[in-house]
Design a protein around this ligand. Sequence first.
Ligand code: AMP
Ligand code: MN
Ligand code: MN
Ligand code: MN
Length: 279
Amino acid sequence: MIDPVIDLHTHSNCSDGSLRPDELVRRAHAAGVHVLALTDHDTVAGLEVARHEAQLVNITFVPGVEISASWRSQAVHVLGLWIDPESRELGQHLAAQIERRRERMRIICSRLNKLHLPGDALLALVEAQPGVPTRAHLAEAMRAGGHVKSTDDAFRKYLGKGKSAHLAAAWPALAEVIAWITGSGGVASLAHPSRYALSAGARRRLVEDFASAGGGALEVVSGANGKQDADASGILAMACGLAGSVGSDFHSPLQTWNPLGRLAKLPSGVTPVWRAFGL
Ligand code: AMP
Ligand code: MN
Ligand code: MN
Ligand code: MN
């Protein structure tokens, strides 16, 4: 049998993706994806529509979420895979998380005001969007208003770590977020481990802490990352007793370098996280 095409990390316009959940599923189908997780930032709002659409096109759908957490002073992202979208407890935690995001957005925009940018107008634009507000929405509003050349520029000049409008977010602790996920029947997978600005030693401690707090997997193959990152993450996963997950972190068809489902295989020796789910 040929290996199924699996993508366990994607976004819809319920957070900072550009496609509706049903459009995302149809695009995944057209791209040849067999197993798809929708993992919006801090929300499960798109899961029902996506699940329904996936059934129509015969995609195996994995209900997911990507939750912001903090480890020491580092913001990290934890994927919850095979979560129960109906879990009341998880829903309550995510509602608090979205309120944290709204408050953070208000503070960032007030900082933009002080930098002589139209923070109030930018905030209104972000708040008018349907999805959970992220810095990606703000960066796009800044680009559309001609205040920066590109969204990357917005992060480089204002929104990125250490920049003038950056706010170190008070996300809940890593162990707490893992407990929300496992408490709703899901597996926690640490997203894009190579992306955090950490030394090799600190990255290893992060993954060790993640595993001892009940994390189940590491996103060994992530988006546009290369083989070197996947190999290094595979070694870490095996050393810490974690399974491996694979995901594009797809946000938009305009990001042509990062399409749905075109992902490398897990390095040999890494246990696929989907094995425990009969896939
Ligand atoms: P937030 O979750 O509010 O911190 O927003 C971060 C989101 O912005 C990420 O999930 C990315 O989708 C997006 N993003 C785009 N470019 C960058 C960048 N240069 N640095 C950080 N995040 C970025
Ligand atoms: Mn995002
Ligand atoms: Mn992420
Ligand atoms: Mn993501």
